[in-house]
Design a binder for this molecule. Structure first.
Ligand code: SF4
Length: 172
């Protein structure tokens, strides 16, 4: 979930990361103008394989190397056992899958975008269009699914610093 657009919208490169090399390896790295220029690539990550391993593991950027979610830290410190931590991961993935299914039913099949971005775009579409009652009911279910996912993400996975680059955590 750290790589597939569930928890984050993208990965920001840090000093020491070799942007041209990562680009040559297939990551769509882009620079954005800002007071401090931002170099990042979007999630779902182009290097994430179907078996959920990283195609670029040996070359992955610094943020990927150093990131540890709250659940992993809790398990490593012995505050939760690994089986219980895995159940939380599975529950959160089911919640994300539910949100993706509902987006699909509403006509959004843009699997290449992060879940947070897809939900935000759908929210804008619903506000702009005169949606029929069935679509509005689906959107209500989607909003609830994303809300539950946000709660899980905040409670179980993000640390304070992670929230600034999160996918579903920001209020859209
Ligand atoms: S480079 Fe690898 S570790 Fe980093 S986001 Fe992509 S799949 Fe995940």
């Amino acid at each position: 979930m750290c790589c597939d657009g569930t928890l984050f919208d993208g990965v920001q490169l840090e000093p020491g990361d070799d942007a041209p090399r990562l680009q040559a390896l297939g990551l769509p790295v882009k620079s954005f103008r800002a007071r401090q220029p931002i170099v990042r690539f979007p999630q779902p990550c182009a290097a994430l394989c179907a078996d959920r391993t990283c195609r670029l593991y040996a070359d992955r950027p610094r943020q990927c190397r150093t990131f540890e979610c709250k659940m992993f830290k809790e398990a490593r410190a012995g505050r939760i056992d690994y089986a219980a931590a895995l159940r939380v991961v599975e529950k959160t993935r089911r919640q994300a899958d539910k949100a993706r299914r509902l987006l699909g039913k509403l006509g959004d099949t843009e699997e290449q975008r992060s879940l947070g971005e897809r939900f935000h775009r759908m929210q804008c579409r619903m506000e702009a269009e005169a949606a029929d009652p069935a679509a509005l009911a689906l959107f209500a279910d989607l909003s609830l699914a994303v809300h539950r996912l946000k709660l899980l993400a905040h409670e179980k996975f993000y640390t304070r610093a992670d929230e600034q680059r999160s996918s579903v955590a920001t209020d859209s």
